[in-house]
Write a protein that binds this ligand. Structure first.
Ligand SMILES: Nc1nc2c(ncn2[C@@H]2O[C@H](COP(=O)(O)OP(=O)(O)OP(=O)(O)O)[C@@H](O)[C@H]2O)c(=O)[nH]1
Ligand SMILES: [Mg+2]
Length: 367
């Protein structure tokens, strides 16, 4: 895995009620990059995220997995978290190191208990919502959208709406670009279906209004009745997302891999990049596991400066120096060594002596 600049990174906590399709969605995203030769399935225990034996046995996520997806010029670090309430502690750590939360909601089951719990945990942080399982019987995008508005009262604005539902679900429309795509994977661009014209117009208006709230200049322009340029709409919308003023909503089917590649495009374009802090290195450990092959693995995010393997680091809380042995990027259970981790990126340190979840590592003599 090559190194990415901070502004090319997207750190995304994928969160939801159990069984909404997080792991299947992450798998489909990775599949679309060409990294996998076939799309794994939770049922078969063949996904990239659910690789621990207890996960394949129970067919659910128990440990948060880090799955970087390299898409166009960005690296989307997906944190596939467990939805089952017993493992709620896992989500806290992921939210601390993500720049936004991506909620996955079943188009059939709608908003469920754990969605509400996690929504509260996520507080003011930027959020995306994916309405998944559009291929299932009784899938209903509008109904879920209404219940989102009712439950959470945020400004939910569709950025990608479904073409059809259940057996007829065969594509998506991008509201920003007014483009339609059908088929799986990257799909084929087609004309926007006539029966969606009204939706498109309504949602586009809502999207422009949300974009206008992104900064004062745009707000003034909008209120004075001037038309915003396409670039202004994009920039304004991106800013509104980062400020938590708008929550974009997208539709897909993870299992059929329809609308998923288009969601990756939208994440690359509208999900906030990490904020870069210059200065002495500082990083946070958000998860520690004992891997039977690799040993103790500490997952971290670099919040300031960059992390290199050449010098010992200080565990601030425990006031102990740690020698950095191996540093690696991971994708599920796959690992690859790296010598440097840039600001904003997520990586793993192996075999640290005294360091565990919640600890901070810093440059030893530059605090
Ligand atoms: N029909 C249909 N089924 C789906 C879709 N996405 C996921 N599923 C199924 O829903 C079930 C749960 O999917 P997972 O991907 O394990 O869901 P999860 O959110 O990761 O679940 P937890 O890890 O337990 O929180 C599996 O049986 C999937 O095959 C979809 O788009 N359409
Ligand atoms: Mg899962």
């Amino acid at each position: 895995m090559k190194n990415y600049q901070s502004n090319q990174l997207r750190n995304v906590a994928v969160v939801a009620h159990g069984g909404s399709g997080k792991t299947s969605l992450v798998e489909a995203m990775l599949f679309n990059t060409g990294t996998l030769s076939r799309l794994g399935r939770v049922e078969d225990g063949t996904t990239t995220s659910d690789y621990h034996p207890e996960e394949t046995a129970r067919k659910m996520t128990i440990h948060t997995s880090l799955v970087p997806v390299e898409w166009n010029k960005t690296k989307v670090n997906l944190l596939d978290t467990p939805g089952f309430s017993d493992f709620i502690g896992e989500i806290k750590g992921s939210l601390r190191v993500a720049d936004g939360a991506l909620f996955v909601i079943s188009a059939v089951d709608g908003v469920q208990v754990q969605h509400e719990v996690i929504w509260d945990m996520a507080g003011e942080m930027p959020k995306f919502v994916i309405i998944n399982k559009m291929d299932r019987e009784n899938a209903n995008f509008d109904k879920v959208l209404d219940s989102l508005k009712e439950k959470f009262g945020a400004n939910f604005v569709p950025l990608q709406i479904p073409i059809g539902a259940f057996n007829d679900f065969n594509g998506v429309v991008n509201i920003m670009d007014e483009k339609a795509y059908t088929g799986d994977g990257k799909g084929k661009e087609v004309a926007v279906p006539g029966d969606l014209a009204d939706y498109l117009a309504t949602y586009r208006e809502a999207m422009i209004e949300a974009a206008a709230e992104g900064d004062d200049e745009l707000t003034m322009k909008y209120l004075e009745g001037e038309e915003l340029t396409p670039d202004e709409i994009r920039d304004g919308f991106r800013k509104s997302v980062a400020l938590g003023k708008v929550v974009p909503v997208m539709a897909c089917s993870a299992i059929k891999n329809i609308g998923v590649a288009q969601i990756l495009d939208l994440i690359a374009e509208y999900f906030p990049a990490p904020k870069v802090e210059e200065g002495p290195m500082a990083s946070l450990i958000f998860k520690t596991i004992a891997d039977p092959y690799v040993g103790k693995m500490n997952f971290l995010r670099v919040f300031r400066g960059q992390l290199k393997t050449d010098a010992p680091v200080l565990n601030v809380k425990k006031e102990k120096l740690e020698k950095i042995g191996q540093m690696m990027y991971v994708r599920g259970k796959a690992t690859v060594q790296t010598e440097v981790v840039p600001c904003g990126d997520l990586a793993v340190l192996v075999k640290l002596q005294d360091t565990g979840t919640g600890d901070t590592l810093a440059d030893k003599d530059k605090l």
